[in-house]
Design a protein around this ligand. Structure first.
Ligand SMILES: [Zn+2]
Ligand SMILES: [Zn+2]
Length: 410
């Protein structure tokens, strides 16, 4: 371990991580606000180590943030921690996620987002879309699945979270986050390779990626009603403290500016290691066309492939599903699959998958080769925490998966 951190040049190497984590600072301006943010975010050894991805690998707090819980009376307020997928705000920072803690139901009632956004993304905001709330590069304009215009938004970091005891009818709410994942290549040098996977030509890139997890929307139901509603998740964005930006404005304009509230989705960002697989879209389309059942579609293929990878990776790498992210998408001429570490600085899972890619692929084929069900079951594509809209919209089908990943055998 010691050798790897201080002398090696692998993914655990200290000099490599310092470079990855702080290289983007070199290009930054040296303004006072930047300095203050940097100092306040890295002033403690554990924060610094966590930024470099060492602590987070051994403790789960890399993905947690502090949360203020308030009880019915002031004396039972306390601080705890939360994770993004169960603590998110509601529309315009109204009531958000429900959290059960020590037998008490809490509801998220106030989340503030950081002044500076983490990133820009494009999102398909069409609730009827089979791949709804998926993220795209901000220069994309049309959703490839439903042809609707994409919405661009900024994602902000989380600066404070408050939950209070659910009262009355709120106690019967149930909420379910729709997690969105945005993965972007960084400028860092990456390893490229051409190979064959599932009997298809595949370009592999291994290197550093910027991962942004966010909750764009969530489902909320009530025990008195069978239907659920879909709500956007938006935190209140903190304002710049004073500053010169109001120069030249009249007092009325200043007043309006100070009363304007901005609400945006919030998330967490990590610089991680991982891989990107790229297949020719035409080659996959040709195999997909052979599928005969009526529900077969691109969204079904992409969703089934993501779920199959999510089942296969922990078998090969011996990790938890929350330790990495899988994302499959189509572009004009390619099918892209990202498999990236879920922790700041990386945790070695992407590397392990890269090294054992054939074994992972064999496991994906095995998942598709299910004889217990027609379309999906809990032995193949149905995993815990599978969003209910995957089932309602026929997005899981192992026959579609098999036709594509095992198509060369026919
Ligand atoms: Zn769409
Ligand atoms: Zn099955």
């Amino acid at each position: 371990m010691y050798e790897e951190v201080f002398f090696g040049d692998g993914p655990l190497s200290l000099s490599r991580r310092v470079d990855q984590t702080f290289s983007r600072l070199r290009g930054m301006s040296t303004g006072a606000a930047t300095n203050r943010d940097l100092t306040s975010n890295t002033s403690r050894l554990d924060q610094w180590l966590s930024k470099l991805g060492y602590l987070a690998n051994y403790r789960s707090f890399g993905q947690n943030f502090p949360v203020q819980f308030s009880g019915q009376r002031e004396e039972i307020s306390f601080e705890g921690s939360g994770r993004l997928y169960d603590m998110y705000p509601g529309e315009e920072n109204e009531l958000g996620g429900m959290v059960s803690l020590h037998g008490t139901e809490y509801i998220v009632d106030d989340i503030r987002g950081t002044q500076k956004p983490l990133t820009d993304v494009a999102v398909c905001d069409n609730e009827e879309c089979d791949r709804r709330f998926r993220s795209f590069d901000p220069d994309e304009t049309i959703c490839p699945h439903c042809d609707s215009d994409l919405t661009t938004t900024q994602i902000h970091g989380i600066s404070s979270v408050e939950c209070s005891v659910a009262k009355g009818g709120q106690r019967s709410y149930r909420t379910f986050a729709q997690m969105s994942t945005y993965v972007r290549s960084t400028d860092a040098e990456r390893d490229r390779q051409e190979t064959e996977l599932f009997g298809l030509d595949c370009d592999i890139e291994y290197g550093q990626f910027e991962l942004t997890d966010f909750v764009y929307a969530f489902e909320r139901g009530h025990s008195m009603s069978p239907s659920t509603e879909i709500l956007r998740s938006q935190a209140l964005i903190e304002k710049e403290d004073g500053g010169g930006s109001t120069d030249g404005l009249s007092w009325r304009e200043r007043l309006e500016k100070s009363q304007e509230e901005t609400y945006r989705p919030v998330g967490q960002q990590h610089h991680t290691q991982g891989l990107r697989l790229e297949f020719e879209r035409d080659a996959i389309a040709e195999r997909l066309e052979r599928v005969t059942h009526p529900t077969a579609s691109w969204p079904q293929l992409l969703t089934s492939l993501e779920q199959a990878l999510d089942r296969a990776i922990p078998v090969v790498v011996k990790c938890d599903r929350s330790d990495y992210r899988v994302k499959a998408s189509i572009t004009e001429d390619a099918v892209e699959v990202y498999i990236v570490d879920g922790r700041q600085g990386g945790n070695g899972i992407g590397w392990h998958v890269h090294e054992s890619l054939d074994e992972v692929a064999d496991n994906v084929i095995d998942v598709g080769d299910c004889e217990r069900c027609v379309d999906y079951c809990d032995e193949c594509l149905l995993l815990s925490r599978t969003p209910s809209h995957y089932l309602e919209n026929d997005l899981l089908d192992h026959r579609t998966l098999t036709a594509v990943v095992d198509g060369g055998e026919q």
